[in-house]
Design a protein around this ligand. Structure first.
Ligand code: GDP
Ligand code: IMO
Ligand code: MG
Length: 429
């Protein structure tokens, strides 16, 4: 009956895809429960690199059933493009299951996402421009279009009419763009109905039945704790619940069935898009982390902002997600740095804070208080046990564990599936 939730501890791109893929061999189901193709997970298997956006990383593991849950927003063109691309590379996508309740991203929401960002000017969020925010806004406003609507043409037309009512006013009168017709949206969406139909099912029931049979279900979070719409740096967040609670609401599996929560954190920190970032580096150290770590977005190609490890954020992630284990990734990127700074607390308006400040203003004012750790020069990419790591790297990992609020059960030393040091099994005991 093991159900494991895997989430990002920081601002995304922690290496969740690699961690999911590594656990995928043990999982019967891998479920995406939030977000859409704003996510970008790079997974390296046998030297082959795969960039996944909408499909759960479990798609790469033969025998594992990938599931897109009700909490996800789906761009159908992207879905089939990704399926076709992977199929052409020999990956079997035929087992994919999709929730009838998942929402669709019509092209007008991509247009709105980009247009709103342009209008926001200096106050922009720096979204991925994939229509994520407007589609979740439609869901909450009850004018969203769901997967199941494709299978009833009358309903689909009615829903599109309902959605376009207000949107066309906005597009024409505020944003000075042309009105969209019901027919064009209808044609755009219905074109996918036949291909989609065999994949669509009551995925909540599928997953609970699987857990009842004693099978293993892995929930793969998109985005991360500080991008969560409730618990992140609002408004510089995505529009879904990327924290562990989202695994339940976004899949239909209740909290009482979850056994373990794994949070993935980088051995340093990165962020894409706008918003506060206390340990951000604007000097050559930031450039070094970006270049050595290959910190350029999987989805948009944007250079990621880089900074040092931030322990108050990890402690926050541990609390909000109920983390049982951390996976620390990209330790290899720090090799060769003589003295590694780690943010252990913040100074906010002259006061020391061990935890995340209560308000967003406080977080904007937070200045990192650093402790420094000795670095190492040895290549660690071939390390497979903790003892294989140089003493200084062991001290660094143990120090992070002591201040991050939970044990660090695995450490990434390179992008490949096998480049991982496992300290405690990530499978339920
Ligand atoms: P995700 O969005 O959390 O799945 O992460 P991304 O795939 O966007 O970004 C993580 C990047 O780091 C990818 O290019 C991975 O291949 C790479 N990666 C993951 N773990 C490690 C690691 O331990 N060391 C190194 N050097 N790269 C890693
Ligand atoms: P993975 O799953 C990093 C960021 C965007 C922007 C904000 C809102 O690969 O970790 P959105 O398009 O979601 O409305 O943008 O969230 N963002 C991510 N940053 N990794 C991601 O996903 C992200 N998904 C969204 O850059 O700041
Ligand atoms: Mg990513």
């Amino acid at each position: 009956m093991p159900a494991i939730v895997l989430v990002g501890a920081q601002w995304g791109d922690e290496g969740k895809g690699k961690a999911t893929d590594a656990l995928g061999a043990e999982a019967d189901y891998v479920v995406k429960f939030n977000g859409g193709n704003n996510a970008g997970h790079t997974v390296v298997v046998d030297g082959e690199k795969y960039a996944l956006h909408l499909l759960p990383s479990g798609i790469l593991t033969p025998g594992c059933t990938p599931v897109i849950g009700n909490g996800v927003v789906i761009d159908l063109a992207v879905l089939f493009e990704e399926i076709d691309g992977l199929t052409a590379r020999g990956i079997d996508c035929s087992k994919l299951l999709i929730s009838a309740n998942a929402h669709l991203i019509p092209s007008y929401n991509r247009t709105l996402d980009k247009t709103v960002e342009r209008f926001l000017g200096k106050r922009k969020i720096g979204t991925t421009g994939r229509g994520i925010g407007p589609t979740y806004a439609d869901k909450m406003s009850r004018v969203g279009i769901r997967v199941q609507d494709l299978f009833d043409e009358n309903i689909l037309r009615q829903k599109i009419e309902g959605a376009l009512d207000a949107k066309n006013h906005l597009l024409v009168k505020v944003f000075n763009r042309r009105a969209i017709t019901v027919d064009e949206v209808f044609e755009e969406l219905i074109a996918y109905a036949d291909r989609l139909r065999p994949m669509v099912t009551d995925t909540g029931k599928t997953l609970v039945d699987a857990l009842d049979r004693g099978e293993m279900v892995l929930f793969e979070g998109g985005q991360a704790t500080l991008l969560d719409v409730d618990h992140g740096n609002y408004p510089f967040v995505t529009s879904s619940n990327a924290t562990s609670g989202g695994a339940c609401t976004g899949s239909g599996v209740p909290p009482t069935r979850i056994d373990r929560v794994i949070a993935v954190a980088k051995a340093y920190a990165t962020r894409v898009g706008e918003g506060p970032f206390p340990t951000e580096l604007h000097d050559e150290w930031g450039d070094r982390l970006r270049n050595v770590g290959g910190e350029f977005g999987t989805t948009t190609g944007r250079p990621r902002r880089c900074g040092w490890y931030d322990a108050p954020i990890s402690r926050y992630a541990a609390r909000i997600n109920g983390v049982t284990d951390f996976v620390l990734t990209k330790l290899d990127v720090l090799t060769g740095i003589e003295r590694i700074p780690v943010c252990v607390a913040y100074e906010v308006d002259g006061e020391r804070h061990e935890e995340m400040p209560m308000t967003e203003t406080g977080f904007h004012h937070a200045k990192p208080i650093y402790e420094y750790f000795d670095g190492w020069t040895e290549d660690i990419s071939a390390a497979r046990t903790f003892d294989d790591l140089p003493k200084a790297a062991q001290v660094y990992v143990n120090a992070l564990e002591a201040i991050s609020g939970q044990r660090i059960s695995a450490v990434g030393v390179g992008p490949s599936r096998e480049q991982t040091v496992v300290r405690h099994s990530l499978l339920p005991e």
